[in-house]
Design a protein around this ligand. Structure first.
Ligand SMILES: NC(=O)c1ccc[n+]([C@@H]2O[C@H](COP(=O)([O-])OP(=O)(O)OC[C@H]3O[C@@H](n4cnc5c(N)ncnc54)[C@H](OP(=O)(O)O)[C@@H]3O)[C@@H](O)[C@H]2O)c1
Length: 239
């Protein structure tokens, strides 16, 4: 397969790039960090230095490719809101990196996916979007937007037989979560996350979420009557 992975210079995207390369696929790793891209190139991975926040740069770079069978959109970031400060710049930053970069990538990649016999588009969301979590006003909103975007694309692209998957990880050990200053239940390694994602994508699963012991709990909390969850979350915040 010809596979494009955004956010491939670090964390989940990087592990996916290494593993798919190991499996014998042709992999294009996209990111901004040239040192990391050079390291990936040493493994035989093709690389592209692209700032996905720039629509022009993204469209121009992908215009050089011929065909893509699987696109995995993993570029993203996470920042939390700390009351009493509500920083709208932080909200804009997170929305831009998590949602806008994905939209630019989708626009650039759809024409290339349409040239494949079995096209498959996967977006990395988050299980944080299953339930409203304290401090996650910006991150949770951005991942709820990603889930809506990807789930709606699945409807719109069905007539063209383009498979669409939403990936919703729990906590995965990466440079992104290394910054977290709170306990992370059911934290898993990036290797385990890559295994779950690759297995789910091989089955063309619509939603890939893991580790189940954590994501099922969040899903359950997400279907509680909203006032009940709000009360519970308010209590949790105080502990
Ligand atoms: N780790 C977790 O526990 C977890 C849980 C749920 C969801 N997720 C989601 O999984 C995805 C990957 O997370 P991670 O933990 O692997 O994070 P990470 O290690 O911080 O990697 C983030 C990646 O995004 C890329 N990126 C950010 N802004 C970019 C831009 N403007 N243009 C191009 N690339 C850009 C970075 O590349 P450069 O720095 O080279 O630009 C980097 O490769 C994210 O969408 C995250 O929200 C992670």
């Amino acid at each position: 397969m010809n596979i494009v992975i955004t956010g491939a210079t670090s964390g989940i995207g990087k592990q996916l790039a290494l593993d798919y390369q190991q499996e014998g696929h042709t992999v294009w790793a996209i990111g901004r960090n040239q040192k990391q891209l050079d390291e990936l190139a040493q493994h035989g991975i093709r690389t592209g230095q692209v700032d996905l926040l720039s629509r022009d740069q993204t469209l121009a770079w992908f215009n050089n490719l011929e065909r893509v069978d699987l696109a995995i959109l993993s570029a993203g970031s996470c920042e939390y809101i700390d009351m009493p400060d509500f920083d709208s710049n932080l909200v804009s930053r997170v929305m831009r990196i998590n949602v806008e970069t994905m939209a630019h990538s989708i626009e650039a990649l759809l024409p290339l996916l349409r040239k494949s016999d079995a096209p498959h588009l996967a977006g990395i969301g988050s299980s944080a979007a299953y339930v409203h979590l304290p401090r996650a006003e910006a991150y949770g909103s951005s991942k709820a937007a990603v889930a809506y975007l990807i789930d709606t694309l699945r409807i719109s692209l069905e007539p063209e037989n383009i498979a669409v998957s939403l990936v919703c990880p729990g906590f995965v050990e990466t440079p992104l979560t290394d910054l977290n200053d709170f306990p992370m239940p059911s934290l898993i390694s990036v290797e385990a996350a890559s295994n779950c994602i690759r297995k789910g994508l091989a089955k063309k699963s619509r939603e890939i979420h893991f580790p189940k012991r954590f994501t099922m709990l969040l899903k359950l909390l997400g279907i509680l009557p909203r006032p009940l969850w709000v009360k519970l979350a308010q209590r949790l915040r105080k502990t």
